[in-house]
Design a protein around this ligand. Structure first.
Ligand code: CAA
Length: 266
């Protein structure tokens, strides 16, 4: 795979390698700054996500950091002297959302600090798995600013208004168990086994029909952006569309014939 300055990107294949059954593992790697998300790191990250999006061996992506930090936020040293005209004209952080354009699912495996932009990056992913030592927070208020990469919008959808307000207004962090109780993360996993478990979940997803997986992700994401009636209509149309795939025929025949389906992602 390609080599990057601030991340590691590698492909993991399951033992019984079905087509598209692999997981693309991206490890944020800027240890001296607790993976602070400088521009160059985010460019690497977007490049790697896009490369896995194109890679037919890969059915799911995992993004992780180090045992100490998923990411401690946007890079404060890059931001500290910026002026309004500049950040406005370059529309700072708008390009981060490219991550959300991927059609393949992305799992965030969070150990340690996920703060500010780090928490926002995790929330741009489709599933967050927390290591038992994870800490989530939006501490921007302590720097005299507010979250700028989705923290005020995605957090409230995940944890509700009161908890989101508490986190955004006080800057206080929540731990893995609190994040689980609040609905921010899908699971809490022993930190030492987090990445391994995230890859396993990635394999589980990657062995399904890539068509169904993509449409499921798209439909769930529509729910955050539209009314219930429109969302239900969208879901039904996606459901109908899947009857045009070979994988639907294979999946249902395999069930009736009591065998394991062999999906081809078509
Ligand atoms: N940007 C730049 N550098 C950072 C950083 C960041 N967000 N977070 C940590 N670092 C650097 C530190 O400056 C330090 O560098 P030096 O060794 O060169 O001094 C190194 O990483 C290690 O950090 P600490 O010594 O502070 O480590 P610690 O264990 O004592 O504390 C911490 C850890 C609580 C996470 C602390 O580093 C911290 O509070 N970081 C900043 C968190 C933050 O405010 N994030 C929000 C950024 S703004 C944002 O993200 C905007 C947005 O919405 C996108």
């Amino acid at each position: 795979s390609a080599s990057y300055d601030h991340i590691l990107a590698e492909k993991r294949m399951p033992e019984t390698s079905a087509k598209g059954g692999g997981v693309g593992l991206i490890t944020l790697h800027r240890p001296k700054a607790l993976n602070a998300l400088c521009d160059a790191l985010f460019e690497d990250l977007i490049h790697a996500v896009n490369a896995f999006e194109e890679d037919e061996d890969v059915g799911c992506v995992v993004i992780t950091g180090s045992p100490k930090a998923f990411a401690a936020g946007a890079d404060i040293s890059e931001m500290s002297t910026q002026e309004f005209a500049n950040v406005y004209k370059k529309n700072m952080f708008t390009q981060w959302a490219d991550i959300t354009k991927a059609s393949k699912p992305i799992i965030a495996a969070v150990n340690g600090f996920a703060l500010g932009g780090g928490c926002e990056l995790a929330m741009m992913c489709d599933i967050i798995l927390a290591g038992s030592n994870a800490q989530f927070g939006q501490p921007e208020i302590n720097l005299g600013v507010i979250p700028g990469a989705g923290g005020t919008q995605r957090l409230i959808r995940a944890v509700g208004k009161s908890k989101a307000m508490e986190m955004v207004l006080t800057g206080n962090r929540i731990n893995a168990e609190e994040a689980f109780a609040a609905g921010l993360v899908a699971k809490v996993i022993d930190s030492d086994h987090l990445v391994e478990e995230a890859i396993k979940m990635g394999f589980t997803i990657a062995e399904k029909s890539g068509m169904a997986v993509r449409m499921a992700k798209e439909a769930v994401n529509v729910a955050e952006e539209t009314s219930l009636a429109e969302g239900l209509r969208f879901e039904r149309r996606m459901f109908h569309a899947l009857f045009a795939t070979k994988d639907q025929k294979e999946g249902m025949s395999a069930f009736l014939e009591k065998r394991k389906p062999e999906f081809t992602n078509e």
